[in-house]
Write a protein that binds this ligand. Structure first.
Ligand SMILES: Cc1cc2nc3c(=O)[nH]c(=O)nc-3n(C[C@H](O)[C@H](O)[C@H](O)COP(=O)(O)O)c2cc1C
Length: 306
């Protein structure tokens, strides 16, 4: 059996598979179940500094190759989040990444202050959701200066807690955005959030299927994009990366690590392979390592660049 543990921004994970934000990361119990199902750690859904309503249903459509979602980041506010994170802590001991979001800079500062009190192992700043553009405008992750500023502001509040920034694939040059957040005080990045937004139309009613009309694209179809962005960021910056996007199998996860990811985010795969997908992926990674004489999975990080 290979050693599947990895260290990410100074935090030890028993394996590289982490729950991506927005999928099952809603309650303490659902996050604890993800760990019992084999994940090395979890990411909460995006947390706001105040209650936030999501979009009307239908919010998700999935096909064999892709998903579109316009959930719209609903949240019950910091008090509720603190309760759920405390429940998670009581149930399991795997690292928790608290994902935070806001509409304006002040929101990010407010939720950063609240989330520090919840003792997360890592804080992830979501500046890259493409399905709230009507409400919030273009994601901050599309601007070098805004990405850097939000990182600087949150860093000044969270002290030494490891800080990562979740990047958008919907930009001209993801490496320059990654560099700007690393220069502004981030310890690492997550690549990528959903792609688009995209649209699916029901031709029988001649209406967009999602109530929001468009939504962020995830699932198997986006994996080659995610792999390329992780590859480019690692090649240029060698920073810690959570590689996320379209990972369904152990082979997919190993591909993401070879591109440069230390942790691998898994989200849409829950729809494709069930809630125990985390353990399935970990078992497949272990099997692949055994078959290929890999003793430590850490040795695979960035291997394609060697
Ligand atoms: C239903 C759904 C809800 C999501 N909600 C969030 C969210 O609240 N915050 C966030 O940063 N990303 C969110 N995402 C993006 C995922 O965390 C991930 O970056 C993206 O889906 C690509 O990974 P995947 O193909 O494994 O799902 C969401 C994705 C889906 C499918």
């Amino acid at each position: 059996m290979a050693d599947l543990s990895v260290e990410f921004c100074g935090v030890k994970f028993k394996n590289p598979i982490v729950l991506a934000s927005g999928i099952l990361g809603v309650t303490g119990d659902s996050m604890a179940q993800v760990v019992r199902n084999g994940a090395g750690g979890v990411t909460t859904k995006s947390l706001w500094p105040h209650e936030h309503l999501g979009h009307a249903n239908p919010t998700i459509i999935s096909t064999q190759n892709w998903m579109l979602n316009a959930v719209g980041i609903p949240d019950g506010g910091p008090e509720k989040a603190a309760e759920e994170i405390a429940r998670y802590r009581k149930a399991v001991s795997a690292p928790l990444i608290a994902n935070i979001v806001g509409g304006v800079m002040d929101d990010y500062e407010a939720i950063a202050r609240a989330v520090v009190l919840m003792n997360p192992d890592i804080i992830e700043i979501n500046i890259s959701c493409p399905n709230v553009e009507d409400e919030l405008g273009k994601p901050m992750a599309c601007s070098i200066s805004k990405s850097a500023e939000v990182t600087r502001r949150v860093r000044s509040i969270v002290g030494q807690i490891p800080l990562i920034v979740k990047l958008s694939p919907n930009v001209e040059n993801i490496v320059s955005i990654a560099k700007s957040v690393m220069d502004a005080g981030a310890d690492g990045v997550t690549a990528i959030n959903t792609v688009g937004p995209g649209m699916a139309i029901d031709i029988d009613s001649a209406q967009p299927i999602l109530a929001n009309k468009s939504g962020g694209l995830s699932g198997p179809a986006i994996k080659p994009l995610a792999v390329k962005y992780v590859y480019d960021i690692y090649k240029n910056l060698k920073c810690p990366i959570v590689g996320t996007g379209g990972v369904l199998t152990g082979r997919d996860a190993i591909e993401m690590m070879m591109a440069g990811a230390t942790l691998v985010g898994v989200g849409s795969a829950v729809w494709y392979r069930g809630q125990d997908v985390f353990g399935k992926i970990v078992a497949e990674m272990d099997e692949w390592c055994d078959a290929n004489g890999v003793k430590k999975i850490q040795d695979l990080i960035g291997k394609v660049h060697a």
